[in-house]
Design a binder for this molecule. Structure first.
Ligand SMILES: [Zn+2]
Length: 148
């Protein structure tokens, strides 16, 4: 089980695990680049599921196959977070103005990468080369993203 920091595109490293003894467990992971951390909390059923899949959290990766599978299909694809030109006339990767970056920085960390991607796709779809606060306002209104 891995977590990817969307901002940094870095795999978060395991920091700590806790097993209170009631079948649940908690594990925390930290991004080596920006220091952001996330915690994973699992109820007894989820804990068993993870165990059944042969995935160790915070331990050695005993079974490489499931991890490979997850990497390939969920987070590890090379282009998972890159908008590549796909023949639909989209701009590959719109630039962010300093003001827009500043505003993006105020978005809560755990959704920032996703929000950035949403705005990026909005701009790319419309052939907008640079994302500015004005573009963000329009995207918010059009996409119904109030508060993002
Ligand atoms: Zn990070």
């Amino acid at each position: 089980m891995k977590f990817l920091c969307l901002d940094c595109d870095r795999q978060m490293t395991f920091a700590e695990r806790q097993e209170p003894g009631d079948g649940t467990f908690a594990a925390s992971f930290t991004c080596p680049a920006c220091g952001r951390s996330v915690a994973l909390l699992a109820n007894p059923m989820e804990t068993q599921l993870v165990g059944a899949l042969g995935v160790r959290i915070g331990g050695r990766e005993l079974d490489e196959q499931p991890m490979e599978f997850v990497r390939k299909n969920v987070v590890g694809r090379d282009d998972a977070f890159v908008d590549a030109p796909d023949g639909t006339g989209r701009t590959a990767c719109p630039a962010w103005s300093a003001e827009a970056e500043e505003r993006l920085a105020r978005v809560p960390g755990f959704v920032r990468g996703m929000v950035k991607k949403i705005y990026g796709e909005y701009a790319a779809d419309r052939g907008i080369a640079e994302i500015t606060p004005d573009v963000m306002d329009r995207a918010r209104t059009e996409l119904g993203l109030e508060g993002m």
